[in-house]
Write a protein that binds this ligand. Structure first.
Ligand SMILES: CC(C)(COP(=O)(O)OP(=O)(O)OC[C@H]1O[C@@H](n2cnc3c(N)ncnc32)[C@H](O)[C@@H]1OP(=O)(O)O)[C@@H](O)C(=O)NCCC(=O)NCCS
Ligand SMILES: CC(=O)OP(=O)(O)O
Length: 325
């Protein structure tokens, strides 16, 4: 059974409620109609019900009985404002909260925080910063996790499944942060039935070059192994050494990860974001994500370059995360 068939089966008819703040976007509308028809999630849209339905109809979609919440006429607004001020104690006044909550990502994130919905999918229109900032401020990370990071589930021909991280959030993580990203990425892999064998990537394999950048990855590897001895984690290594058995035999023959890694942890965001887009655009991989790792509740960001299928699949992933919470 394919990964997405399995994930769909797990959430079918569970009525998990996922909010899609970018409700006017055509890709979002197409995806929510499918998700609802297939009983995979209960989508919640934000906006004026009449104008949303009219826009959908123009595009040939029928929103039917999909729930629409109009933030401009939201019955529970007072409660939401108070909850926001309480959560952002000392960082936002009541007046500022009312203004901030006009932003659909903040409003949608508060619905998640207040348990009115089980998860959020956004980012088809907004940049990653504008999509995830509300979640970082309001939902925050799980106890024991100091930072969130963004992983992509990379799939080609169903048999080839990998996790790439961090491609989305932390611009230049230090060794401790990189180690945490590696451990969270192994957990993400497990959640989606991907072998959690982790390679921490660099331009150097096991000291073949020496620089502060390479040393950071070597140090992160050491910390990650201590943090999570249950996983096979190794580094620093070049991508070819991590991926290809014949190269691993030459560059790191003693490594239990080299040549076998399925989870690729990039040293900083530039290589991670560039790397996943190259695999997607030149390598023909589907790139689903970024899935935010280590958050208290599931919030997922999309790339602005996404298509309807990506929205559909990321919603399935987000609902699966909600099921496990
Ligand atoms: C994610 C990002 C937007 C956060 O930056 P920011 O908005 O300037 O964040 P701030 O430093 O003001 O922090 C805002 C809050 O988020 C928290 N935060 C920031 N980064 C975090 C992280 N990686 N994990 C968990 N929390 C984080 C801060 O602790 C802070 O919380 P507080 O307000 O309760 O004190 C920023 O790191 C970024 O732009 N990353 C790159 C995004 C991107 O363009 N990716 C490429 C496309 S996918
Ligand atoms: C994940 C990502 O790169 O997002 P965007 O394309 O929206 O910047």
């Amino acid at each position: 059974m394919s990964l997405f068939s399995e994930l769909s089966e797990k959430i079918a008819r569970k009525n998990l409620r996922i909010v899609f703040p970018e409700s006017y976007d055509e890709r979002i509308q197409g995806a929510v109609v499918r998700l609802k028809a297939e009983k995979l999630v209960e989508p919640v849209l934000l906006g004026n019900p009449e104008s949303l339905k009219a826009k959908a109809k123009d595009r040939g979609f029928d929103l039917g009985d999909i729930e629409i919440i109009d933030p401009a006429n939201y019955d529970d607004m007072e409660n939401m404002v108070q909850a926001f001020v309480e959560r952002r104690k000392g960082k936002a006044t009541e007046e500022q909260a009312r203004e901030i909550l006009k932003d659909e990502n903040y409003f949608g994130t508060m619905l998640v925080y207040q348990d009115h919905v089980d998860g959020l999918v956004s980012g088809a229109v907004h940049s990653t910063g504008d999509t995830v900032r509300p979640a970082l401020q309001i939902i925050k990370t799980k106890p024991g996790v100091s930072l969130t990071s963004g992983a992509f589930i990379m799939i080609r021909n169903e048999a080839e499944k990998y996790v790439f991280a961090d491609c989305a959030i932390n611009i230049n993580p230090n060794a401790q942060q990189l180690a945490e990203i590696a451990v969270e990425s192994a957990k993400t892999a497990e959640m989606f039935n991907i072998d959690p064998t982790v390679g921490l990537l660099s331009f150097s394999t096991k000291g073949s070059a020496s620089s502060p950048e390479q040393e950071k990855v070597a140090e992160a590897t050491k910390i990650a192994k201590e943090l999570a001895p249950q996983y096979a984690i190794d580094g620093e290594m070049q991508f070819d050494a991590a991926f290809a058995h014949e190269v691993a035999m030459k560059k790191a023959p003693e490594s239990d990860v080299a040549g076998k890694a399925k989870v690729f942890v990039f040293p900083e965001i530039q290589s991670g974001n560039i790397g996943y887009k190259i695999a997607q655009r030149l390598g023909g991989f589907e790139a689903i994500g970024p899935v935010l790792q280590g958050m208290n509740k599931p919030v997922s960001d999309l790339s602005r370059g996404c298509v309807e299928e990506d929205v559909y699949k990321l919603a399935i992933i987000t609902a699966n995360q909600a099921l496990q919470d």
